[in-house]
Design a binder for this molecule. Structure first.
Ligand code: NAD
Length: 409
């Protein structure tokens, strides 16, 4: 199954438990607006390059739409739409007043110079500026984009609409960004891993962890987990994986990646492949890189006792079914990685209040929001004897459905 079929499958599974009517299902799955634009620019060498950009606005029943912008060569309309629908359920699961959207440009960002990347971003905003904004749709960083890209977006948007920092989140601190936004997704992953272990009478201190992906999400999750007593025995990036039975020195790994921009050459007990990492005999497996890495083919090899979906869509439905039968709990992406959008919301609130919070306040609010959402999901799963993912979807779809009906069709 591809990303779209996966998203559809998980939605349908929850809709069946809820006994949603076919008409309501159609209403909730149909995106409100699909935007596809040409992004053309002159490269540094004078050649013309033309890219295709997307913004999929899935649902605004609960508030302005919210979702990341991805610069990646595999971005296509179906994938962006699937990710936009995930955002609708995700913002509802953590009960923040947003809907769901997602965007992206089909481009390999590393092939562009800094000035080309800036020009491409500004041209994209020229095309989108009338359909995004603080009360309409608020982009944020995702794969291939970062705080610098958000700074260009806000600057370009303001050329049309005046001072408006709340039009994107994930901005640099110097330009109205929020303390704690960059770490938020990974920190949330770490925090929720701890909360889940507690439900099984386990603690981080007696847990071994393997983490795939050492970018924004993976590195901050690793830091939180090791700072709080967890033993992270394996980490990885696109160059491969590092294993250390005594626990990886996360501070040293972070310093290595800062200097070399890769884990390549990092000193560990042994190097293994990303595929071997997924099959390690650990307590917790955290895929934090790409979607679709746990499949029908490799789910049987997984030896972890718990899985935490830090990436979007790392467990395909066929693998999910295998884990259900093997009684391996999967903490679903729509809650596990919702720390990012939660602190994005807090950034937007601060921008609109013209009032900056300190890091402790943001961290406390993040922990409160995620823990409350987890407890609700856990309770629903226990009461209805359903997997955690289905329970999370029930919460998300239920809230969006009720808002839609109350507002009037
Ligand atoms: P990133 O670009 O910062 O990091 C991605 C990491 O994955 C890098 O370490 C990269 O080397 C590694 N990687 C890439 N291809 C790989 C491969 N084939 N095998 C193993 N590792 C590989 O991205 P990120 O922001 O950390 O996002 C990671 C995932 O989390 C994505 O699925 C993203 O959609 C999701 N996510 C991110 C956020 C956020 O706030 N950044 C929020 C929610 C969800």
């Amino acid at each position: 199954m591809n990303a779209y079929e996966s998203a559809r499958h998980y939605f349908e599974t929850a809709a069946a438990v809820m006994d949603l009517s076919p008409n309501m299902k159609k209403l909730l799955m149909t995106p409100e607006r699909e935007v596809k634009v040409q992004v053309a620019l002159k490269l540094d060498n004078g050649e013309i390059a033309t890219f295709v950009g997307y913004r999929m606005q899935h649902n605004s029943a609960r508030g302005p739409m919210k979702g990341g912008l991805r610069y990646h060569h595999e971005v296509d309309a179906e994938e962006v739409l699937a990710l936009a629908s995930l955002m609708t359920w995700k913002t509802a699961v953590v009960d923040i007043p947003y809907g769901g959207a997602k965007g992206g440009i089909s481009v390999a960002p590393k092939t562009l110079s800094e000035s080309e990347l800036e020009l491409m971003t500004r041209k994209f905003v020229d095309e989108l500026q009338d359909v995004i904004g603080p009360d309409k749709d608020i982009p944020a960083p995702d794969m291939g984009t970062n705080a610098q890209v958000m700074a260009w977006i806000v600057n370009q948007y303001e050329k049309y609409h005046g001072f408006n920092p709340a039009c994107v989140t994930g901005k640099p601190l110097e330009l109205h960004g929020a303390d704690g936004r960059e770490e938020a997704t990974g920190r949330g992953v770490g925090l929720l891993t701890e909360v889940m272990l507690k439900k099984f009478d386990r603690t981080l201190a007696d847990a071994t962890i393997a983490l795939q992906g050492f970018g924004n999400v993976g590195s901050h999750a690793a830091r939180y987990l090791s700072d709080n007593g967890g033993k992270v025995v394996a980490i990885s990036d696109i160059s491969g994986a590092c294993y250390d039975s005594g626990g990886i020195d996360i501070a040293a790994a972070l310093a290595h990646v800062k200097q070399h921009r890769s884990l390549e050459g990092f000193d560990a007990e042994k190097r293994i492949s990303n595929e071997e990492l997924l099959a390690l005999d650990v307590d917790v497996l955290i895929p934090a890189a790409l979607g679709g890495v746990l499949t029908e083919e490799n789910a049987g090899d997984v030896r972890a006792k718990y899985i935490v979906e830090a990436a979007n869509g790392p467990v395909l439905p066929e693998a999910d079914e295998i884990f259900r039968k093997r009684e391996i709990p999967v903490l679903p992406d729509i809650l596990a990685n919702a720390g990012g959008v939660t602190v994005s919301y807090l950034e937007w609130v601060q921008n609109r209040q013209y009032f900056k919070w300190d890091l402790d306040r943001t961290r406390a609010e993040l922990a409160r929001t995620l823990t409350a959402s987890f407890d609700k999901m856990w309770q629903l799963a226990t009461e209805k004897h359903i997997p955690l993912r289905t329970a999370a979807y029930l919460m998300g779809i239920g809230r969006v459905g009720r808002s839609t009906v109350l507002a009037g069709i």
